[in-house]
Design a protein around this ligand. Structure first.
Ligand code: TXA
Ligand code: MG
Length: 512
């Protein structure tokens, strides 16, 4: 492994200690600096030190032939990049180092400097390594105090062709610097995926129509399907809508922040890309600290559909976003797994009576307590494909949540369902197909198939919702040809789960 360690003035002494120790492990250290560097000379390191510099005329010297001997690269002088005139030096240097590096290259530094490097070298792409990997990398160099470890960040440099920056954030208390960085991207028209309590969203400034057009393109999303606007404060609703009906106020008070999206009649000022030409607008106030911090810091409502490629299961882990969108979006704020696991409930308040268009994180029963006249759009529990004519919500008519394999949903009593799934599974196996079964804790042991997964216990539908999308995606890894899925009761979160399973099966439903 080669390690690149970037040093800046203020970090220098500190890092130098760390790296002097590191030489004990790595033996061979490549120090990059200008010839006239006053700070370090090769004698500072005991073994195998390589040294090179940049001449005044910009030529890079003494780089060739070192790739076999170096383990650690110290980049001392990249700080000159902050100085516009000398910008070319650092860029050339890093390019050389990148070209020399066959394996993983890491950039270690204090946040301030790493932060800068990331902004500058966006074309290479950086991924902040996980806390465990960071500890592994740094602690194999030398013993570090907890304080030193906290102060350092390790970025894994990715080769050109990938430019998505991954930032690990504490989901409860996100690092303000990282949020600031993500907000900068949003403000300049970029795309940032971020966690919400339901699923990861792919955010852009909702009032920037160019950014929105790009968002649709990246997700491969049909243009007639508008995103939800995410706000950080109830007061942000008013300028976006024509009116806030009384029942909306009740619901906002009771369920916001949280997984409930409300459809209002929209105000005139919203760009048409934001609403796909509809006269209504979908708004929600999420309850995830990372989402809230990002929206606040960006200073605008954030339009965010789920951060998956259109048609795939929504992402409940940053890795899912990465799998679908790496290289196509600017950054992912990785706040770990999302807790609800299915998307927000979408409720249309622009019609009377109010109509539930998508079951989700806020159960129908809970809303019904506040709005006794609420009705379910018939297609929410539909067992058939939706025709364009009947779709009140554009999302209803598009294919959704599909893993690579064909999904077949089996509905019926538990006993009948299990029997039917066993029969179907044997049938597919005889046809030479790899079968996956999506079962529950109570039934899992009754099956034998290429992969059998449990969604969780039938006595805890919330957990089933949390795990559903992840499990659907995981079937891709075992490359099964067909997935036989059990159905679960439609109470509470079960309604959202069944709606997603029906769509994932493209309404291939077998009654047991
Ligand atoms: O939990 C969630 O809602 C996640 C997170 C990221 O917040 N977002 C999400 O967004 O699921 P998306 O774009 O994947 O789904 C938004 C749904 C779509 O079904 C869309 O058709 C519907 O909301 N929608 C948006 N604007 C609408 C409108 N004006 N009228 C009716 N439905 C609308
Ligand atoms: Mg979606």
């Amino acid at each position: 492994m080669m390690m690149i360690i970037k040093l800046a003035d203020s970090d220098f002494d500190n890092i130098l200690n760390i790296v002097s120790d590191a030489t004990g492990v790595y033996k061979k250290v490549f120090f990059s600096g200008c010839y006239k560097e006053p700070y370090v000379t090769p004698k500072d390191f005991e073994v195998g030190v390589q040294f090179y510099g940049l001449k005044e005329d910009d030529t890079l010297v003494a780089v060739m032939g070192i790739q076999h001997v170096i383990d650690v690269v110290l980049i001392r002088h990249l700080y000159v990049l902050t100085n516009q005139q000398r910008k070319g030096y650092g860029e050339k240097l890093l390019k050389h180092v990148m070209d020399l590096t066959e394996t993983s290259t890491f950039l270690v530094g204090f946040w301030k400097t790493a932060f800068w490097a990331v902004n500058f070298f966006t074309k290479y792409g950086f991924k902040e390594v996980s806390a465990e990997e960071k500890n592994r990398i740094l602690l194999t160099c030398c013993p570090l105090s907890e304080h030193q470890l906290d102060a350092l960040t390790v970025l894994k440099i990715k080769k050109p062709n990938s430019k998505t920056l991954i930032l690990q954030v504490n989901p409860k208390k996100p690092d303000p610097q990282k949020i600031q960085m993500a907000a900068n991207i949003i403000q300049t028209g970029g795309l940032v995926a971020f966690p919400t309590e339901t699923v990861y969203g792919l955010g852009v400034n909702a009032l920037n129509s160019d950014a929105l057009s790009y968002l649709f393109k990246v997700k491969n999303r049909p243009l007639d399907n508008p995103p939800i606007l995410h706000i950080a404060d109830i007061n942000q609703v008013y300028p976006l809508v024509k009116e806030v009906p009384k029942n909306a106020e009740l619901l906002m008070k009771q369920f916001w922040p949280g997984p409930l999206t409300l459809i209002f009649k929209r105000s005139e000022t919203i760009p048409k890309e934001t609403t796909a030409g509809l006269d209504t607008i979908a708004i929600r106030l999420p309850s995830h600290n990372v989402a809230i911090a990002l929206i606040k810091q960006s200073g605008a409502p954030i339009a965010a559909p789920s951060a998956n490629l259109s048609g795939k299961p929504s992402p409940t882990l940053a890795q899912h976003v990465y799998d679908d969108l790496n290289g196509k979006i600017d950054a992912i704020l990785d706040g770990g797994p999302t807790c609800i696991g299915v998307e927000s409930t979408v409720l249309d308040l622009s019609v009377d009576p109010p109509m539930l268009l998508r079951p989700g994180g806020t159960p129908f029963e809970a809303i019904h307590q506040v709005l006794p006249n609420i009705i379910l759009h018939p297609l929410v529990i539909s067992e058939q494909e939706v025709t364009v004519k009947h779709a009140r919500s554009p999302g209803m008519k598009h294919k959704h949540y599909a893993p690579n394999a064909e999904v077949i949903l089996v509905e019926g009593t538990i006993q009948a369902m299990v029997t039917k799934i066993i029969v179907l599974s044997e049938q597919y196996k005889r046809e030479g197909k790899k079968v996956g079964i999506l079962a529950t804790d109570e039934t899992q042991k009754k099956y034998s198939a290429h992969v059998v997964k449990s969604m969780g216990s039938r006595s805890n539908l919330d957990t089933i919702a949390t795990k559903l999308f992840r499990e659907l995606r995981e079937f891709n890894e075992s490359s099964v040809d067909v997935i036989l899925a059990e159905s679960i009761p439609s109470d509470g979160m079960g309604l959202a789960v069944m709606n997603r399973l029906r769509k994932a099966s493209d309404y291939h439903i077998i009654k047991a």
